[in-house]
Design a protein around this ligand. Structure first.
Ligand code: TYD
Ligand code: MG
Length: 484
């Protein structure tokens, strides 16, 4: 290989058979070699907006005081003359079917769309202490047990700390390599050395490339390091899990562009003080984004929760006004969740409407329907709404459950615990059919529910009736039955 100017002397000779890595290495070196003189620019640390001079307020995202001076050795990537550029007719392209890598964590595999795609870059975001390092270490151990070479790169913790965690997880394997490093070029060298096929980078904010002089964690570094990782993943077919910190607002720190660069974005969430964790796909080039994976944090790491309905209903209070159960679909899976409403007289001119787990606009709309179509007086009431267990519902099939919970709390009448509710509510108070009602009812029956109120439109099309189903066309019909 041509020795480029300024390149570090390589310690390990590389056999010719591993040309794939040589190619990647060259890409990095080429960027290094083609650096120009130093320049100064100011980058918004919130959104990545670049300005030649300092600004108090970012014209792009509106954030105040977010510009930081960065001294850049601007890179102009050289074109590689040896590589032939030939566009192909689409009919001439052969699909390379690479089998997905199974992590043996069913909950994660489902969220990924059926396992890890070789060469995919998966960004995992989540608040500190939620279990991102734990999850990824467990995944690597599972893969190592299948005989796959894997590498865990940490820029945050020492090797001893990682070892202590691994002991807790009983994750000991000769195929599981650990590296504590912050410079991305050295990480590439380690990948080459270990021939790892799956790599975890914990975390992207602690990594830096020597081509930029800005501090690790700055927008430019995060963006550049991610770009290099993506390029390596694609050329050398190495799957990457990249851990990202989240900002106070809950988005992955760094420019939004980060999410566009990777193949999959997963968020790992959970409530403080609760052992359960939800893994949610917000972007997935290789699968659906509706799937969630549920885990429980225990003494020996994360355990899969195979039956989330049971989990979410385990602490449900019975015969209490304002509590209602609905079967929602999370991807392909029906899950029963508990909705809770608290309606109490307000002392404010503008009563409060607070919702956790459902869209606040949806809550306002349903409250207006309850006022106008059913005649409930909610204008003087504060309404607090919560979906128990930290689940987020974004399908209208839960509407009937939401309005029932609010009405039940207002009228102080408990709904009998054997009921579930299904149906979208329209502006005229009509109850509309929802998709896949049957699998939801089967799940409800499995969990011991006996009766269901659902849209008449769904009742007609049910092939089997797993539980006693009552069809309604209007909100009033449902309420007459329940709250008289
Ligand atoms: P960690 O994976 O370090 O979180 P993150 O990388 O997202 O910051 O997990 C840290 C928390 O998980 C910590 O509070 C301890 C807890 N934990 C357990 O409860 N059980 C375990 O087996 C492990 C490894 C961690
Ligand atoms: Mg961590």
């Amino acid at each position: 290989m041509r020795q480029l100017k300024g390149e570090k002397v390589r310690k390990i000779p590389i056999p010719l058979t591993k040309t794939i890595f040589v190619l990647t290495y060259r890409t990095v070196n080429m960027i290094r070699a083609t650096t120009k003189t130093n320049k100064v620019r100011f980058v918004c640390q919130q959104c990545g907006y670049v300005s030649p001079k300092w600004l108090g307020k970012c014209p792009d995202c509106g954030e105040w005081n977010s510009f930081v001076e960065e001294r850049v050795t601007e890179a102009t990537p050289a074109s590689s003359p040896e590589r032939e550029i030939t566009p192909l007719p689409i009919t001439h392209i052969n699909i390379l079917h690479l089998p997905r890598i199974n992590t043996h964590l069913e909950e994660l595999d489902r969220v990924l769309g059926g396992g890890i795609v070789p060469g995919a870059v998966i960004l995992i975001g989540g608040p500190p202490g939620i279990g991102k390092s734990t999850l990824t270490l467990q995944v690597l151990f599972n893969l190592a047990q299948q005989g796959l070479k894997v590498l865990y790169v940490s820029g945050e913790e020492s090797a001893t700390q990682i070892k202590i965690r691994a002991e807790r997880l009983k994750a000991n394997s000769d195929e599981l390599y650990v590296l504590t490093e912050n410079e991305i070029e050295n990480v590439f060298q380690a990948i080459e050395q270990t021939e790892a096929k799956v790599v975890v980078v914990d975390s992207i904010q602690t990594m830096f490339t020597s081509t930029l002089s800005s501090a690790p964690g700055s927008v430019s570094q995060v963006r550049e390091v991610t770009a290099l990782l993506v390029r390596l993943a694609k050329t050398a077919n190495v799957a990457m899990f990249v851990i990202g910190h989240v900002t106070k607002e809950g988005a992955i720190a760094g420019p939004r562009m980060l999410e566009h660069m990777v193949d999959t974005v997963l968020y790992f969430e959970g409530e403080k003080g609760h052992p359960y964790r939800i893994l949610r796909a917000v972007k997935n080039r290789f699968g659906s984004t509706n799937e969630i994976g549920v885990f429980e944090m225990g003494n020996a790491g994360l355990k899969e929760v195979k039956n989330p309905s049971e989990f979410f209903l385990s602490e449900r209070p019975l015969n209490v006004p304002g509590s209602v159960v609905v079967p929602v679909l999370e991807g392909t899976r029906p899950i029963l969740v508990e909705l809770q409403a608290l309606v109490s007289p307000s002392f404010l001119a503008m009563p409060r409407r607070t919702s956790i787990g459902i869209d606040p606009y949806r809550l306002n709309l349903l409250v207006a329907i309850l006022e106008k179509r059913v005649g409930l007086n909610l204008g003087t009431q504060d309404i607090f709404f919560n979906v128990a267990g930290g689940v987020k519902i974004d399908e209208p099939a839960a509407d009937l459950g939401i309005v029932t919970a609010i009405a039940s709390s207002l009228l102080n009448k408990a709904i009998a615990p054997e009921w579930v509710f299904l149906g979208e509510v329209g502006l005229t108070g009509e109850v509309r059919a929802v998709v896949q009602s049957e699998i939801r009812l089967i799940e409800a029956q499995k969990m011991g529910f006996k009766k269901c109120i659902l849209p008449q439109g769904n009742l007609k099309n049910l092939k089997t009736q797993p539980l006693k189903a009552i069809g309604v066309t209007k909100l009033e019909e449902a309420f007459e039955m329940l709250l008289q």
